[in-house]
Design a protein around this ligand. Structure first.
Ligand code: AOS
Ligand code: ZN
Ligand code: ZN
Ligand code: ZN
Length: 424
């Protein structure tokens, strides 16, 4: 389904007077508001194909209905999000959940919806029907060479699909590790994994990037072979210039200082991109900004400062992706909320008076430094984010259009209550 442009315009008309008042008020306090608006317009966040269906936990899955049944329908759903917020102009595919049957058709459909293909994701954490060797005891770390080779071949196949679609990056997330002490020789597992990654790296086209994603625990509960940013960074360094670390916000041990990790990786030129989500205890699937929006702001503050210092383009310098899919929200509403939270944090970071902050740091004026950060964080930038969306042709309030147009009800009517998409 599609939302006609005039419906977005009608909804905007109803809200425009109140919006103009709010935007006028906040923009008076911002001296570079036009520059901020342009940066917000340019900033796109890729939507993962696996977040469009209701997620699950290992205890259950409760489908909300109307879920996409094919790659085509996933692209249509993201097109719908993008029509509303003008900030979701990319899709991240997962192979083999999303194998394209006809590249030309899929590319044409994506283009019609204003989408490009972001990072491709491989899957060596599940056994697929007909697969020769099992990943029960890992993939690239496996003691059996045949299993390792199968995992390498799969990743190379994912690169090939990506080349056909015009993607330019591969994200490798490995569920490899061990659940009990003694199960694994850490040193050998690390070495085997490095050799596997090197084989995959060799198949990477020159203009491609490889993102090595780390995760502290789950599904393995004693050790993860790529368990933290240090391990990922080590691999990325050994692999070469096209390899980077990918930070998934939910993949850290509780209370980790993610903004510091981000700052260091960026400083070393090895930060590749993000999987945005939020978590309270040990989850990686809550809506971005739902638990700790201050942390998200602090991360963006490091990103803006660090990217500016390195002369990087905010919109294209890193891979920006959402990776979250929970089991009780309408996934499309959840994604609208996540993109909004990311843009709010980004806008707040753009408001930080960097020069004044650097002066406060030089003067060891801790109070001033905190005041500067929190002044930006406590500014209600929502009207600025909405204005950027309006100027791009999107909705002032994407959620109210989504609900007003009864999108989910219509999707259920056309796709059915029970349709179930692939994914975790
Ligand atoms: C898993 O926890 C990771 O976040 C990966 O990025 C994974 O490929 C994705 O979440 C799909 O399950
Ligand atoms: Zn992830
Ligand atoms: Zn994850
Ligand atoms: Zn997850």
């Amino acid at each position: 389904m599609q939302i006609e442009k005039y419906k977005i315009a009608d909804n905007n008309d109803k809200q425009i007077a109140a919006h103009k008042r709010a935007f006028g008020f906040v923009s008076e306090g911002v001296n570079n508001v036009e520059e901020v608006l342009q940066k917000l317009k340019d900033f796109q966040v890729a939507i993962p194909s696996w977040a469009l269906g209701t997620g699950g936990t290992r205890f259950g899955r409760f489908s909300g209905g109307g879920e996409p049944r094919s790659l085509e329908e996933k692209i249509e759903d993201i097109g719908l999000l993008h029509a509303l917020n003008q900030s979701s102009g990319a899709i991240s595919l997962h192979i083999p959940w999303d194998i394209p049957e006809n590249y030309a058709n899929i590319k044409a459909l994506a283009a019609q919806n204003g989408l490009r293909f972001d990072a491709m994701n491989s899957n060596t954490f599940q056994d697929q029907p007909g697969q020769e060797h099992s990943y029960k005891f890992g993939s690239l770390q496996h003691v059996d060479k045949a299993v390792r080779q199968q995992a390498i071949d799969h990743n190379i196949e994912v690169i090939r699909h990506g080349i056909e679609l015009g993607s330019d990056s591969l994200t490798v997330w490995l569920s490899d590790g061990s659940s009990f002490p003694g199960q694994l020789n850490f040193r050998k597992a690390h070495q085997r994994t490095l050799e596997g990654l090197q084989e995959i790296y060799k198949a990477l086209p020159d203009n491609w990037k490889m993102f090595v994603e780390y995760k502290a625990f789950e599904p393995n509960f004693y050790s993860m072979t790529v368990g933290d940013w240090g391990q990922s960074f080590l691999y990325a360094n050994k692999l070469g210039d096209k390899a980077y670390t990918l930070v998934d916000l939910g993949h850290h041990l509780p209370n980790a200082n993610i903004e510091q990790i981000v700052a260091l990786l960026l400083g070393e030129g090895k930060l590749g991109g993000f999987h945005f989500n939020d978590s309270k205890y040990g989850d990686d699937d809550l809506t971005v900004g739902s638990i700790n929006p201050y942390q998200l702001f602090l991360i963006f503050n490091e990103l803006v400062e660090g990217m500016d210092a390195r002369g990087m383009n905010h919109a294209t310098g890193l891979g920006w992706m959402i990776d979250a899919s929970h089991n009780i929200k309408d996934p499309l509403e959840d994604l609208l909320q996540s993109v909004e939270a990311i843009k709010i944090a980004y806008a707040q970071a753009l408001l930080v008076d960097t020069k004044a902050l650097q002066q406060a740091q030089t003067d060891n004026d801790i109070v001033k430094a905190q005041e500067i950060l929190q002044h930006a964080y406590r500014t209600d930038v929502r009207p600025i984010v909405a204005e950027a969306r309006l100027r791009s042709g999107g909705a002032l309030s994407p959620l109210s259009v989504y609900r007003g147009e009864k999108v989910r009800e219509q999707l259920i009517k056309s796709r059915g209550q029970k349709a179930v998409s692939t994914g975790l």
